[in-house]
Write a protein that binds this ligand. Structure first.
Ligand code: SUG
Length: 444
């Protein structure tokens, strides 16, 4: 049965800010303590969703998490009213307070790994929430992500939602950002990309995904070894700032678009994908050489953090690239050449402005989690998460009435942020079908 891919984008939360929390993410480090614009960030995200929907790509929405995470701060021994907890955390444990405020759940590519039903032994779609255990601020996301996935993928006869793997460095997992799937509409070849094995010590920037995490997810999801590939990310890519594989590679249908230096052993990867795709499809590899685009340019422009989409009726794929690719002469020229070639696998480009997210190292592909479903599975998804014009209008109005225009470093300790965000998110649970106990603050 053929599958349709839905992009579920994370809605940017009201506390979007630049706290410099992610070592190895060059944009996050560079923009630490600059002034963020949460309202603009959220509206950019919704505009991007609208654009994809207008191109004919099914689009869904995932809710932000409640921030600051007061529950986490209480677990560190802070007590009293929420405002008192927040004030004292800033005085005594600034790093924890910064982590508790991050709106990083917006990057839905890190929420989970999804294996569509034709790939899984029991014929159900499997989803594993990511433990995000490498970075403190991201590790706080797993529990609420599970709640979101359970709200969306309710029907246990069709969907299996797994908890995050044990949150230890041996099983560090960053979700779909390190997972690619090649296919021709049905069963596919799943490619898991890891930066290190559990026992390996590594100098340089953190490698956030272990081989053991990848293997565990493939096992839980019931994937066939004959159709599953584990590939090592090139250490030089990680050290150039590719903290996730999706900074240097993206796959869609039978096409893998990637930088020459994305993988440790490209030839072996090509051969294994070809072998494991036999009988299903013929893979197409679109490799970009370092001569055309250096790793540094790939990381600063986020060329590969584009989305690839199939527009209805089109014979080639469309690249949804961040405007930073157009602003960089070399990447802009590369893309113009690539799409002009006769018979190009990627034949069109559309640029999207997600600058607020990009300043924290999150491009178009980071903002989305792909869930590929059959028609009956699509009908079984919880209703109300798919974007319509009416829902986009409602979300924009909600953002305009609840989000601050600017969040400067000196605003972050303001206890008013707690009640503001709780009021906003409470209202959101009446726009998306989340219910009155979705957020921890609603449960008391
Ligand atoms: O995990 N940035 C995120 C960006 C995630 C991008 N996602 C993908 N590549 N799929 C991260 O590094 C920065 C937050 C801060 O510094 O305030 C941050 O978490």
């Amino acid at each position: 049965m053929s599958l349709a891919e839905i992009n579920f984008d994370g809605l940017v939360g009201p506390t979007h800010n630049y706290a410099g929390l992610s070592e190895g993410n060059l944009a996050s480090a560079r923009n630490r303590d600059s002034v963020a614009r949460p309202r603009e960030a959220a509206l950019e995200g919704i505009a991007k969703m609208r654009k994809l929907a207008a191109l004919g790509a099914p689009q869904g929405v995932l809710p932000p998490h409640a921030r600051p995470d007061v529950h986490f701060l209480r677990s560190l021994g802070f007590s009293g009213s929420d405002a008192a907890v927040w004030r004292r955390a800033w005085e005594e444990e600034e790093a924890a307070a910064r982590a508790a405020l991050a709106a990083s759940a917006m990057w839905a590519a890190n929420a989970a790994t999804i294996s569509p039903s034709p790939d899984c032994a029991d014929g159900r779609l499997h989803a594993s929430a990511a433990n995000l255990s490498t970075m403190l601020h991201r590790f706080l996301e797993a529990e609420q992500t599970q709640r979101t996935l359970r709200a969306l993928l309710l029907d246990e006869a069709r969907f299996a939602v797994h908890e995050a793997l044990p949150a230890h460095g041996a099983f560090s997992d960053e979700g779909a950002a390190n997972h690619m799937r090649l296919h021709a509409g049905g069963e596919g070849v799943e490619v898991f990309v890891y930066g290190r094995s559990a026992a390996e010590a590594r100098a340089g920037f953190p490698a956030r995904q272990t081989l053991e995490a990848c293997s565990a997810i493939a096992r839980r999801h019931g994937l066939s070894k004959a159709r599953t590939v584990f590939a090592r990310q090139a250490p030089e890519a990680i050290d150039a700032g590719a903290f996730h594989n999706d900074v240097v590679a993206v796959a869609h249908e039978h096409v893998l678009f990637h930088h020459e230096h994305a993988f440790a052993d490209k030839a072996a990867l090509y051969a294994e994908i070809r072998e494991k795709a036999r009988g299903l499809f013929e893979p197409v590899f679109v490799e970009v050489s370092a001569r055309d685009v250096s790793l540094a340019e790939a990381v600063s422009s986020y060329l590969f953090n584009s989305q690839l989409v199939s527009e209805p009726g089109a014979s080639s794929l469309t690249l949804i690239a961040p405007t930073e690719v157009r602003d960089n002469n070399r990447t802009a020229a590369f893309v113009a050449d690539m799409i002009a070639k006769p018979g190009a696998a990627i034949g069109r480009v559309e640029y999207v402005d997600v600058r607020q997210s990009m300043r924290n190292g999150g491009g178009p592909a980071c903002l989305r989690l792909r869930i590929a479903v059959t028609a009956p599975e699509r009908a079984a998804l919880a209703q109300g998460f798919l974007l319509s014009d009416a829902l986009a209008d409602q979300l924009e109005a909600w953002v305009r009435s609840h989000y601050r225009e600017a969040l400067a470093p000196e605003d972050l300790a303001d206890p008013a942020l707690i009640s503001e965000t709780q009021t906003a998110l409470d209202a959101l649970t009446r726009i998306l079908p989340l219910g009155g106990d979705f957020y921890p603050f609603q449960r008391g």
